[in-house]
Design a protein around this ligand. Structure first.
Ligand code: IPD
Ligand code: CA
Length: 274
């Protein structure tokens, strides 16, 4: 029988390099940043985002010359976001860039390793608070080395739901307003950490119970969604189908019961695929 590749070398190397670029982020965190607007004033990039992505790609490419890349800032710079069946590193150098610009510590670097369009392992690292979340397919999810699991919440009335403004296009603002009107009276409370990666890993460790977002990208949710799944949570497309990494949306919750109470009531928007 053919041996199954467990991608150990890739995982260990990725961990090292993500921690290394954490130093770049930490050094820049309290300083004034050079900020540029991408699609709008609510969609930002800093020189640090770009530098971190460059260092990650260079380091990974030196070690593994045959793998492909999808990186948030490379795509912003004009490269195509193309997910093939080949081994691919999916990179969000700083998730929560608006937080970073404001020296708000809810930020992380997200690195996912995908093969055959499935996430094999993923790393989410907040260098400011030294918080590391990892998951490898079929092997559980971990926070700073300790195994984590989602909450056992089954009732929407006892749930903390995450909602995000994200990049505030008019259709997203309308959607958020409608969903807030629908869900605020039905849940225990709402949170918004300003980073899709942090939202999802908090769900994975039981700090919040459910989250849905539309309009973000593969680098925001592919990696962290494996951490939720490996922690026992449910992730799917907002339509109820299997998660689609190019469809730019996710519905994630601790239990199938929560999913069933949320999904039929979500107001959605149509988005161009990545
Ligand atoms: C954003 C954050 C935010 C989410 C947006 C993302 P960025 O990523 O994850 O929480 O709501 O949709 O674009 O721009 O900070 O890397
Ligand atoms: Ca991001």
């Amino acid at each position: 029988m053919a041996e199954v590749n467990t991608w150990d070398t890739e995982f260990e190397f990725a961990l090292e390099i993500v921690k290394k670029v954490g130093e770049i982020i930490k050094n820049a965190f309290l300083r004034d940043k050079v900020v540029t607007e991408k699609s709008s004033a609510t969609d930002l990039v800093t020189e640090t985002d770009q530098e971190v992505e460059r260092v990650l790609i260079k380091g990974l490419e030196n070690k593994f010359p045959n793998y492909r890349f999808i990186g948030e800032e490379s795509v912003a710079g004009g490269l195509k976001c193309e997910l093939t069946h080949d081994p691919t590193w999916v990179i969000d150098p700083i998730d929560g860039t608006t937080n970073f610009v404001h020296s708000n510590p809810h930020i992380c670097t997200i690195l996912a390793f995908m093969v055959e369009q499935e996430v094999e392992f993923s790393i989410v690292y907040n260098p400011i608070l030294d918080q590391l979340w990892t998951a490898r397919r079929g092997k559980g999810a971990f926070y700073n080395g300790a195994k984590i699991q989602v909450s056992s919440c089954k009732s929407l009335g006892s749930a903390i739901l995450v909602q995000e403004v994200g990049s505030a296009t008019p259709d997203r603002v309308n959607m958020l307003t409608t969903n807030s009107t629908t869900f605020i009276p039905r849940v225990r409370s709402i949170r918004s950490y300003g980073s899709a990666g942090i939202n999802l890993v908090y769900l994975a460790m039981g700090s919040v119970d459910a989250y849905f977002e539309m309009g973000f990208h593969i680098w925001d949710y592919a990696g962290p969604s494996l951490i939720v799944r490996e922690a026992g949570g449910v992730v799917q497309d907002v339509s109820g189908s299997k998660i689609d990494y190019l469809a730019r949306n996710i519905l994630a919750a601790s239990t199938p019961e929560l999913i069933e109470q949320i999904r039929p009531n979500i107001s959605t928007i149509t988005m161009e695929r990545d």
